[in-house]
Design a protein around this ligand. Structure first.
Ligand SMILES: C[S@@+](CC[C@H](N)C(=O)[O-])C[C@H]1O[C@@H](n2cnc3c(N)ncnc32)[C@H](O)[C@@H]1O
Length: 252
């Protein structure tokens, strides 16, 4: 608990993120990861591997932009910094460890930004424009971020309104990614499964709120909350998709 208080106070974050509850969620994710490091290792390794493989195929004489970088546990930061002239990490908040890694590498910047460009205008959802006019951008990765965009902004809303707003934030993010003229990768959970003691799926939730994603190049399971994390009888696991190239988003 003391560690969480320390992280909340010390993590460089947008002032908005302190008010909205995003920073508390950011700190909570780090605490969950400390408890579940071994369970999350395969997912983080697959994420890093996918980003690194695609990044290795693109022209490197410019900037890589990594969205949702946060604690960089799922980002191949050293490899990206070695390959590109500069790496821009984007999140509402960063851990001190991420800031230290950026400083050590020298060509990595931590940008505290709201990728929706809408947190201060909700429920109006704006079309994100950041980086689109920057000719130095060679590679963009949205990393385990998409399903999170609506979580905090909608947590006090009725289900239907919450789903509608989340869907609009997801669609705007996908439209933004599809407008970059360079290779883009998207890694996100596409289904959330509740699993009982016999390993049977008892419920499946749609974190994309009805938005159809482009075909995945790779898929894997993220054991985000094995039994014991939330309750004794159930586990939660995420089905994750890794997508390369973003045609425009469609709704079901
Ligand atoms: C599940 S975490 C991704 C994991 C992250 N790459 C890591 O290693 O910690 C989701 C990240 O999205 C960020 N995020 C959520 N909403 C955001 C927004 N509107 N703008 C920028 N970042 C946001 C959170 O702060 C968090 O760091």
């Amino acid at each position: 608990m003391l560690r969480e208080v320390y992280d909340w106070v010390m993590s460089p974050a947008l002032p908005l993120a302190r008010k909205t509850g995003h920073l508390s969620e950011f700190v909570a994710i780090a605490a969950r990861r400390r408890r579940r490091r071994a369970d999350w290792a395969a997912h983080e390794g697959r994420t890093r591997g996918f980003v690194e493989r695609v990044a290795a195929t693109v022209e490197a004489d410019g900037i890589a932009v990594i969205l949702g970088a946060g604690h960089v546990d799922d980002i191949p930061l050293d490899a990206l910094a070695a390959r590109f002239e500069a790496v821009v990490l984007v999140d509402l908040a960063f851990s001190l460890a991420t800031c230290r890694a950026a400083q050590r590498l020298g060509n990595v910047e931590c940008w505290r930004r709201d990728v929706t460009e809408s947190l201060d205008s909700l429920p109006e959802v704006r079309e994100p424009e950041a980086f689109l006019d920057d000719p130095r951008v060679r590679f963009v990765a949205s990393v385990n971020l998409l399903s999170q965009l609506g979580v905090i902004p909608t947590r006090t809303m009725a289900d239907e309104d919450a789903d509608t707003l989340s869907r609009r934030l997801i669609e705007a993010h996908l439209r933004w990614l599809s407008r970059f003229g360079c290779p883009v990768v998207l890694i996100t959970d596409a289904a959330v499964e509740v699993v009982d003691r016999s390993d049977a799926v008892t419920a499946t939730l749609d974190p994309m709120k009805g938005v159809t994603l482009p075909p995945a190049a790779e898929t894997w399971t993220w054991d985000i909350a094995p039994r014991g994390e939330l309750d004794r009888d159930h586990a939660i696991r995420h089905q994750v998709v890794a997508i390369e190239g973003l045609p425009c988003a469609k709704r079901n």
